[in-house]
Design a protein around this ligand. Structure first.
Ligand code: PMV
Length: 331
């Protein structure tokens, strides 16, 4: 009853911001993403009659294995409870998880974290679900996690109800070696959680406008992917990111996730673009920048960003397969 899963994080090319139903994590809009191979989570889950309570540990790499911080652990256990109930089990679980990147800094650790947890816990309990059902279940843990279950380039349909708000692959990870140069400018935990920030999305006067624009944006990104046009894709993705952050900044209360270094990375990329480089910025709910570019420019982008004041780490990611079980356990 012990299983381990690997799950990639994902970078939203068209972002999800705002929920129709907070409990069911039903989004106000469809979103489209790319999984990221070097930003991932590995999670081992074991259910056993020998365990007298649930435990959640995190392998931090720097300070060894420690209990997960209380609020994060509560959310994990709520999700495990959901899966346990569905499998009709009453056994307690031991959970250990490890990220290849920092948690809670807007690098989508909840996406890879809840995707890995869902796949590992279902496997450990022998709960056999279709991929569609697995994405719906992962979505209940964290919205963006549903996009880390399928392979490569993934569309999450907003849907009307829980059963039709699911994610599926539109192209496998081998389709296009697009790079996401993940530029960390801040490894500290963000001050406003995604859940809290997103809860106020509708207070922005720009939200209605954003929602009207989304179908066109999805269309544009799908077209750019279909014809593998990095310029069309990048322009669309960068504009879309500013649309989401404009909403965040005009919510009540406003949220500004960027730091000074975020802006310095934008400017460095724009300056390189004026010299012909095809690289484009996107940012989730945090300060770190994802620079989207072709394979041919990834090294140059990384070199440019490493020279920007405030940049602490750079990880080059490419599209990845979806979440799956692996045979090496963390305990
Ligand atoms: O599902 P969450 O709580 O990880 O929300 C993700 C929100 C953004 O990262 C800002 C956008 C997105 O679609 O990934």
């Amino acid at each position: 009853m012990k299983q381990t899963a690997w799950a990639p994080s994902n970078i939203a090319l068209v972002k999800y911001w705002g929920k129709r139903d907070a409990e069911l994590r039903l989004p106000l809009n469809a979103s489209l993403s790319m999984t990221t191979d070097e930003a991932f989570t590995i999670t081992t889950v074991e259910f056993s009659p020998e365990y007298l309570r649930d435990t959640v540990e995190i392998d931090t790499c720097t300070s060894g294995v420690v209990p997960m911080e209380e609020t994060a652990a509560e959310r994990v256990l709520e999700h495990v409870g959901r899966i346990r109930k569905r499998a009709g089990s009453t056994l307690f679980a031991r959970i250990r998880t490890k990220n290849s990147f920092p948690m809670g800094v807007g690098a989508a650790s909840s996406a890879s974290g809840f995707a890995a947890l869902t796949v590992a816990a279902c496997a450990a309990l022998g709960l056999e679900l279709s991929q569609k059902e697995m994405t719906i279940l992962a979505r209940l843990g964290s919205g963006s996690a549903c996009r880390s279950i399928p392979d490569g380039f993934v569309l999450w349909e907003a849907g009307e109800h829980s059963e039709d708000s699911f994610a599926y692959s539109i192209y496998p990870h081998t389709y296009w070696s697009l790079c996401d140069v993940l530029v960390f400018v801040d490894e500290r935990k963000k001050s406003v959680s995604t859940t809290d920030g997103m809860g106020k999305a509708m207070t922005s006067p720009f939200m209605d406008l954003r929602l009207k624009e989304i179908p066109r944006t999805i269309e544009c990104v799908r077209k750019a992917l279909e014809i593998k046009d990095i310029v069309l894709l990048g322009e669309c993705v960068e504009r879309e990111m500013f649309s989401m952050h404009a909403v965040m900044m005009t919510q009540n209360p406003p949220v500004l996730y960027w730091s000074d270094a975020t802006l310095r990375v934008f400017r460095a990329i724009w300056e390189a673009r004026s010299r012909g480089m095809k690289a484009y910025c996107t940012v989730d709910a945090g300060a770190n920048v994802h620079v989207i570019c072709g394979e041919e420019d990834a090294k140059k982008v990384a070199a440019i960003c490493s020279g920007v004041d405030g940049v602490v780490k750079i990880v080059v990611c490419r599209p990845a397969p979806g979440a799956h079980t692996v045979s090496t356990h963390l305990f």
